[in-house]
Design a binder for this molecule. Sequence first.
Ligand code: R5P
Length: 267
Amino acid sequence: MITTTSVKHLKLKSAPFSVKHFKDGELYVKVPKVKGKVVVIASLQPPAENILELLFVLDALKRQNADIHLIITYFGYTRQDRINLPGEAVSTKVIADMLKGVKITAFDVHGKLNKFLRFNNIIPVKQFLPFIPKDVVIVAPDEGAVQHAKYWQKCLNAPVVFLKKSRPSHDVSEITSIKGNVKGRNVLIVDDLISTGGTVIKAAEFLKKSGAKDIFVAATHGVFAGGALKRLEKSPIKKIFVTDSLPQRKHCLVKIVSIKGLLKNII
Ligand code: R5P
């Protein structure tokens, strides 16, 4: 098995391969001699350097005619999947084009990557279940989380409440309305990822005002960009559950749920 340096934190047994930098910063990749099936596990956060490393690993393996199965625990560069304003790049398509022809399994991919690339998308929910408090109302904080919420609903057999979110600008969110009732209930906000924390913070504040009791969050990927944890500490959120699809630092607000077992099953 070959893992890339971006999933070192998962401590999986990996084949010895080297990733070095030349003095000018260029990446150098060398993989061992392989034959037949090879599993490559990577996480694309921070995106730029890790994507390059992955592309070089894939190139080195293809040169040995390896039968590659790529598993991406966190798929970066999936935010810009369409043109919203004239002149924008569709970065998701650029990355998708570079990975075409590879067998890919990915975890809870954000956005519409599937418009450009065929892959198997896995949404880990069962891994969270032992840690989730009983008797919660599930909350979808925006339209993108509706699929998640429905999946969670099946697993927990719980009611779902839907929030409407708008984004006045990049990385800024506002909750405008609620469909359903959370009065006096504990709630679980479910989403694919937490980046700035804006979505779940705004959702939690809105739910509190709507009468919710304790507020929990379950998200597959804890990106926690730019001081997100500091902002989350000040929010009404009681506990956040995220997987180790990305390296995580210990934090009293965050419970890390491992996807290592799931990875082993996939392999
Ligand atoms: C929808 O936009 C996504 O599913 C997430 O809700 C969003 O990306 C989270 O980002 P942030 O934490 O910056 O609000």
